[in-house]
Design a protein. Sequence first.
Length: 114
Amino acid sequence: VQLQASGGGLVQPGGSLRLSCAVSGSKFTINAMGWYRQAPGKQRELVAGISSGGSTNYADSVKGRFTISRDNAKKTVYLQMNSLKAEDTAVYYCYADIPTIRYWGQGTLVTVSS
C-alpha cells in the first residue's frame, strides 16, 4: 500500500493551497482518512479527518479555514487550506485506515511566509 501526497509549497499569508493524497496498491476497504502535521520542534498533531461516510472533524486551529474531502472512487483525500497563517507552516502527512491498519504518506511541506 502506498499513499502519495502532493500539493505542498510556499504560499503567502492569507493564501490558499490544496493538498491531495492518493492511495494505491490495496483492494481493501478504506475507512477513515485524514491529515496530520508536524511543525519544527513540535509534536505531530491531527489537522482533519474524514470517515468513509463523510463525517469530518477538525483541529480547533483550522476550523473555518480548512476543508477536508474525499473521492472514494479515486481513493483520494483532499485538504483545501484557505486563509493560511505562518503558524500553519509544517510538514503535512496524510493517512488512511485500510481497513484497520493505518498507513501514512511521505509528507508534503507547506511553508507560509511573505
